[in-house]
Design a protein around this ligand. Sequence first.
Ligand code: PRT
Ligand code: ZN
Length: 283
Amino acid sequence: MIRIAIQAKGRLNEDSTLLLQEAGISIEESRRKLLTRSDDFPLEVLYLRDDDIPHAVAMGVADIGIVGYNEVAEKQPAVEVIERLGFGKCRLSLAIPKSEEYASVKYFNGKKVATSYPVILADYFKKEGIKAEIHTIAGSVEIAPSVGMADAIFDIVSSGGTLVSNGLKEVEKVLFSEAVLIAGKKLSAEKRELLDQLLFRIRSVERSRGMKYVLLNIPCDKVPEVARLMPGMKSPTVLPLAQEGWCSVHVVMREDELWDKIGQLKKLGAEDILVLALEKMIR
Ligand code: PRT
Ligand code: ZN
């Protein structure tokens, strides 16, 4: 049995649950408690606040966890970062009132900066040789300058909308973050084995992200050119159509590359291009 800690409520909860589900591990919503067992994998899910996850994993209360990298960087728990998970993307940035002039990070010398991430910020200022006052607050960091509590803030930014609506501008991007899978450093051999199985499944899901299964019809004499354009995983699957001289080509490819290639495919005479969702790529 392996125990994973995920966020109980908040921005990472839905994507964390979805990732487990896509990896074939279902947790019934109706049975959701603080601790829930999955029916189809020897896994328990512990629902916690994101702030508590790094420590819970370091202490062995949970064996593994899904949490924002920003929390790991701030709390510096004794855990291993096993895998970046590609969701919950954001950055930790310095922001100042938009009317202020800004030339370089030296701006922050002698300034008072409000944040919930004092460790990361102190590290950054030290590296940059800046002497500033760090004022730690738990929430609503973005209003600190307008109420006279600080000159600047250091906070999480994703779209930037919150900064704009508080009359602030982003001037330094300090740390890029996304959800990560973390693990305790002293897992038993049995738990390691389960972690490896879980990781194998997660990677198969991740590999299929942004990938599509594409089918198209093409005159058979054009197949070699299509194969050059879209090599697929090994090479495309080619099947004859009932209509003589025509073939069906099947290939797995990145969706963003597909749009670049549609024009060339059309020129080669491709017809009836079908783009299907891909759930998993197991290697
Ligand atoms: O209750 P609990 O303590 O578990 O949750 P929480 O409220 O502390 O965290 P939550 O759910 O807000 O965020 C969890 C994790 O999501 C964070 O630790 C980050 O790793 C990640 N994440 C991704 C974000 C954002 N994007 C984000 N935009 N966390 C917070 N924000 C906030 C930010 O603080 C700011 O107030 O959203 C605002 C900025 O958003 P924009 O889009 O206006 O720039
Ligand atoms: Zn939190």
